[in-house]
Structures are given as C-alpha cells and as structure tokens.
Design a binder for this molecule. Structure first.
Ligand SMILES: [Zn+2]
Ligand SMILES: [Zn+2]
Length: 431
C-alpha cells in the first residue's frame, strides 16, 4: 500500500514552534495533508515524553496511534474526505556541537526508536551529557559517532538519519561546520547509517551528483514547527504500515518509493550572494568573482548548490544511482491559491478556499499529486486546474533564495493573472 510519511517534525517543546504543536493537532493536520505516518519529534523532552505515554497506544509493530477517545475527538475536526489512519513514530532531533580536527562541528541528527523503553534509554544516556529538558531539540556536546553509538545500543531497531545534510551551519556536510563525507562524520560506525535527509534547499537530483551518497536512501521531511506545515516534504513508502517494514524499506529499498520535494530554489540558502546588496549569484559566477560580492567586495554567503558542486564528482543532470527513487516536486496548496488570489497565504479568503477544496476533494497531497484534474475542475475555477497541471509538469517560474532570503516559486507570470482581476476575487469553491 502506498502511503506518505513525515519523519522529522517538532513539538511545542522545541524553540520557535507553534503552541498547538500537540499530538491531536498533528493527527488532524496529518489527515488533511494525506500523511499516514508522522514523527512525534522531541521524545527526549520529559514533558513531551509524558504526553506520549499518556495519549498514545502501541499498534504492536513499533508505531503508535492516538487513544480511541482522543482520536474520535480529533477526527471531528477533519473533513470526511480526508479522514484516514494516522500512526506516530517515536523520533527526536539532536544537535551535537563538538571539536574535531581543530574545527568546531555542529551537526543535526534525527533519531528513531521502536518503543518507549528504547526512547527512555536514549533519553537517560543523553541526560548524563547535557540538558535535555530545556529544548525539545537538545544541544549536546557530543561527537556524532558517540550519539550514534548510544542510539544503536538502545535497541536493535533504533536508527539515526543525518538531518538536512547540506545546511551551511548545522549539518553533516555543511560548508561551515560539517564534514566532507558521512563516513568522516560518523567514523567507524558510519556503516550503520543507511539514509540521509536532503533538506529543503536541496533535491535528490543535486544529491545524485555526489557518488559517496549513492549507498544512502534519500529521505525528505517537513521539519515542521507548526502542524499546518506537515508534509511540505515527505517520504513515499509502499509497504505494510509498520515500523519494521519502514526500517527495512530505508535499509534495503524494498518498498521505498521516493520523496515529495520543495523546489530547492525556494530554500533560503540555495544560491550564493548578499541579501543587503541584492546580489544573487550562481556557483559559477561566485567562482569567477573569487567569492567577492560585486557590490561591496566582501565575501558572499555560499549556499547549498555551491556546496554540492564542491563535493560533486558528477555533472548536473546525471542519471540517478541505483538507490534513487521517484521525485514529486510540489508547491504548498495555500501558496498556489494565494498566488491566484493575489493575497497572503494566511488571509481569510485563501484559507476558506483551501479548506473548501479539502472538504470537497480530499487531502492536500492527493489534490496536488494525483486527483484527476477533471474532478478538480468540477469544484474549482479553471485557473486552479491550470495551476495544478503546470505544477505536475514542473512548469514553474523559479527565483532562487540566497543569503537567508527565501526563494519564490510561481506558476503564472504577473501578466497572465492581471487580466483577470474580477475572477481572482471570485475564487470560491463551487458547491
Ligand atoms: Zn535541524
Ligand atoms: Zn555585498
């Protein structure tokens, strides 16, 4: 059975997260997005761990569901067309900061456990090293290799995935504080790493250029800090919905289909440049300029695309390795509606149109990736059908993000939309 999984998210106990990042809202939004397996995040946090114990029941396989009464209550807030089973997988992101080879390393990791006892063993071991109670994503002075050892010793089924591996400041391969390979990062235990997370600013095609990543399954997740961001990136499985099958698919590829992706240009560190100088450069331009900003002369901020090129040993557009999966590139549905209506994504009209589409058609991932456009045209204006058709063909207009400035992905030129002012305002979901 094909299903979507989002394996990296945060609870309300992590910094800069939404107050409604609780299990009920995660279950509600997972269904609205079309996600069947969602990470709990933050399992080392004592208050969150208590909530997990209190509100979840094991499904017997290593995944968990909300207790019946809580689930029934949550389901009332989910449109009938979107309802489905949601299972949780125990997870936590750990930030390690340490010195190795005279350089300060900062690496993020996502850790998974098959039961609450293994999660408790990991928490206990980490509590000896630093404070795990102040932040749902604890920051610990611990070598990446030693964190992996703690995870492996907690249970034969526990595992670790290096998080968003290209982020300049906080990742295994990051230009500022990472390494040049996953092996260098995890040392003698690196053979226990079988998947890596590509992050929002890179997509699988970029990673396929680096042959040392060939042996890893590429995963993508939302890293959501609020429930409505769930599934903006996700993994696609075709297995039984149980913990062992998910681990097996990630290890051996059996039943691992691929990923749902952001267009990587949307990420805020995709290209190089200077935000204040309004200068965006691609890696070739940066090299020609010897990394000096053409406006102010100071070194530019080097982005993810450039870092990939430094480590790449294959040309752009190369064929996928044997581990390569299917890739579906999407734009969040509220952003599509917001572009059409020329309003902010959180405005009343946009939200009403979004909720209306979900109620009539089903989950967001289904609307974006699979529901027949004829069916969409029965309830939404033609411009929406056109937007979704273009998206599915990858016909998007990209302006890459750089130096902390988010990129912009659009489906229409301003001219295409400006002629139809009235229709824009009349975007309502038909009854
Ligand atoms: Zn992170
Ligand atoms: Zn500058």
């Amino acid at each position: 059975m094909n299903f979507f999984a989002d394996l990296h998210i945060h609870s309300k106990h992590s910094r800069a997260t939404a107050r409604d990042c609780d299990l009920e809202h995660l279950a509600i939004w997972a269904q609205k997005k079309g996600i069947a397996v969602v990470a709990t995040g933050d399992f080392t946090h004592p208050a969150w761990q208590a909530e997990l114990k209190d509100k979840l029941v094991s499904d017997g396989s290593g995944l968990f569901t909300l207790k019946d009464d809580l689930r029934a209550k949550a389901d009332e807030q989910v449109p009938k067309a979107c309802r489905g089973e949601v299972r949780f997988i125990l997870s936590v992101e750990i930030s390690t900061i340490y010195k190795k080879g005279d350089r300060t390393r900062k690496v993020h990791h996502v850790v998974f456990a098959p039961n609450l006892e293994a999660a408790a063993r990991i928490s206990k071991a980490l509590a000896r090293i630093g404070n795990i109670a102040s932040d749902g994503r604890p920051i610990l002075g611990l070598d990446s290799r030693d964190l992996l050892e703690i995870v492996l010793e907690s249970d034969p089924q526990s595992f670790l995935i290096p998080a968003h591996i290209w982020t300049p400041w906080f990742s295994a391969l990051g230009s500022k504080s990472g390494f040049d390979s996953i092996d260098d990062c995890y040392g003698d235990l690196a053979k226990h790493i079988f998947a890596v997370e590509t992050g929002l600013s890179s997509d699988p095609a970029m990673n396929w250029r680096v042959s040392s990543l060939d042996r890893f399954r590429l995963v993508s997740n939302s890293d959501a800090h609020s429930p409505h961001k769930l599934g903006r990136e996700a993994c696609i499985f075709d297995t039984a919905m149980d913990y062992g099958a998910i681990v097996g698919a990630l290890k051996n590829g059996d039943g691992y289909v691929g990923t749902v992706e952001f267009f990587p240009e949307e990420g805020k560190y995709h290209a190089d440049g200077h935000r204040n100088c309004k200068t965006r450069l691609d890696p070739k331009e940066t090299r020609a300029l010897k990394e000096a900003c053409p406006v102010c002369g100071r070194p530019v901020t080097v982005g993810v695309l450039n870092r990939v090129e430094v480590l790449a040993d294959r040309e752009e557009g190369c064929a996928p390795p044997a581990t390569g999966g299917k890739v579906i590139s999407l734009i969040p549905l509220v952003e599509i509606i917001a572009e059409i209506m020329d309003k902010g994504p959180a405005t009343k009209g946009v939200v009403a149109a979004y909720e209306g589409m979900l109620a009539r058609l089903g989950s967001e991932l289904a609307i974006l990736s699979s529901i027949d456009t004829n069916e969409i045209s029965r309830i939404a204006p033609q411009v929406v059908v056109e937007a979704i058709s273009r998206l599915r063909k990858g016909k998007v207009i990209r302006e890459a993000g750089y130096d902390g400035e988010f990129g912009v992905i659009k489906l229409f030129t301003p001219d295409e939309l400006s002629g139809r002012g009235k229709e824009k305002l009349l975007f309502t979901v038909l009854p």
